[in-house]
Design a protein around this ligand. Structure first.
Ligand SMILES: C[S@@+](CC[C@H](N)C(=O)[O-])C[C@H]1O[C@@H](n2cnc3c(N)ncnc32)[C@H](O)[C@@H]1O
Length: 223
């Protein structure tokens, strides 16, 4: 009866949006991958000026929402083909499978967005295994790996290294998880840059929820 009305906290979303707003002008929008597309909030705000956009989402309810949100453009495109409209592909299913099976066949990718719930690193690693950086590109990611680990989800220290994970994921303690998660993330990207032949020209990272949730964006160039 005397419930408190708490204003909804939209600041997580605002940080994600701001990161993209700040870094997107660094590239000419060409081919984008939104690998955790959800309900298309980010895609519909920021990626509709790409020439080609691939959105991947595995949850049927979110996918239906995504179809509704981006569907108007699909219908319009089918009726009035125009170079001004992006070619939008909506993929329902697991992004690891999409990355392994389809990404090598897509040319000219200059944006990959990994707005994950837990750690995005298995997907990031699969992306670079399938796609070589030959020109400047942007990466965006949400890393809630530490938060997920504290909630009992699977985790693997080798997700934070360019090497292949040894054994299946386990919620195994790693001293850097507790001490310095940011170092873990930055060290992962340094290893990836060496392993996959690119250089990191810009790295913007923001923290939320008492440093349990990281939002970041990188601008990469071929080494
Ligand atoms: C944080 S939400 C993304 C929100 C989205 N970027 C937006 O702008 O609306 C993460 C989404 O990733 C989806 N997801 C998680 N694991 C996935 C996977 N392996 N393959 C495809 N989608 C996945 C979830 O269903 C969820 O909708």
């Amino acid at each position: 009866m005397f419930g408190t009305i708490r204003p909804k906290d939209h600041s997580n979303k605002q940080i994600k949006f701001l990161l993209r707003q700040v870094l997107l002008p660094r590239i000419r929008p060409r081919v984008g991958l939104d690998l955790f597309a959800g309900r298309g909030e980010i895609a519909s705000r920021f990626y509709l000026d790409f020439e080609e956009l691939h959105c991947v989402e595995k949850n049927p309810k979110s996918f239906a929402f995504l179809q509704k949100r981006l569907g108007a453009r699909l219908t319009l495109e089918a009726r009035v083909p125009s170079p001004a409209l992006p070619l939008i592909h909506l993929h329902r299913g697991d992004n690891l499978k999409f990355l392994a099976d389809q990404v090598a066949g897509i040319r000219g990718i200059n944006l990959a967005d990994f707005d994950a719930c837990g750690s995005p690193n298995p997907q990031i690693k699969q992306f670079f295994k399938s796609y070589r950086v030959t020109e400047p590109m942007l990466i965006f990611a949400t890393d809630g790996g530490k938060l997920a680990l504290l909630r009992g989800a699977a985790w693997h220290p080798d997700w934070y290294s360019a090497r292949e994970p040894e054994g299946p994921p386990v919620a195994r303690y790693h001293s850097l998880v507790a001490r310095d998660y940011e170092l873990l993330i930055r060290r992962f990207w340094q290893e990836m840059a060496v392993a996959y032949g690119f250089s990191i020209q810009a790295f913007q990272l923001c923290w939320k929820q008492e440093r349990l949730l990281a939002y970041y964006g990188l601008y990469l160039e071929p080494a």
